[in-house]
Ligand binder design. Sequence first.
Ligand code: ADP
Ligand code: MG
Length: 274
Amino acid sequence: DKDDKRAGQPRIIALANQKGGVGKTTTAINLGTALAAIGERVLIIDLDPQGNASTGLGIDRRNRNYSTYDVLIGEVGLREAVIATAVPRLSIAPSTMDLSGLELELGNARDRAFRLRDAIAGLNHNAQPPADYTYVLIDCPPSLNLLTVNAMAASDAILVPLQCEFFALEGLSQLLQTVEQVRSTLNPDLTIHGIVLTMFDSRNNLSNQVVADVRQFMGKKVYDTMIPRNVRISEAPSYGKPVLVYDLKCTGSEAYLRLATEVIQRERELRTTH
Ligand code: ADP
Ligand code: MG
């Protein structure tokens, strides 16, 4: 059955929201770190030409020998682009600005939407030892372009960071529509893993109102864990560190650890209900 087919395969989760600045990259870095801290073997794939996930994990631009651009254009395998980070069990395939030209370069290539899926499938091709990631997290750019479509076509599920601000729900239906389109054309197994509310400020009435609205609208898809607005989270990337390494005891780190536990729990539920 499906579970057997999946045995030994990583769970592939894309962090997507076409809005910028909502916490996609921060969540990729820190959920990835938290999952690694509790024993998972995690690969982050940086699919944003800005390369913030790579920089935030301390990967110097000069050390990005191969990037996800080289992988998607077909120059190298994904394995060759992977770099170990300072966090045990956490690796990253970095990106560079080249990635912004990919859509034009791929033109109408028939497999243009499946480049990432095929690259991930090829991770173990002829590889010794085989890659043994348990989670692959894809950090998407702030747009519903070909890169994000590649991420959705390659993923088991989408995790949506939603910032607790007035326009949070605006754009969500467009995102869900895109997921639906990808499901009906490119990837019938795609699901929504969950929605994580970010930059929550309990003293702010608006923040509380947004939480209530999103929970009413999206129900159980919303994780219990909310990521608080926390200055340590925003400071950490300038040191090239995940917040869990920068300040393990801060509220931001605690929240990302709770989110990781919840993601794993939901993973188990998804598996048993399918
Ligand atoms: P995206 O990848 O969706 O564009 P980022 O993860 O880069 O968003 O976050 C946007 C900005 O907000 C960054 O400067 C980041 O450091 C900051 N940030 C993200 N989450 C938090 C948080 N919980 N508390 C404070 N600052 C945050
Ligand atoms: Mg980002």
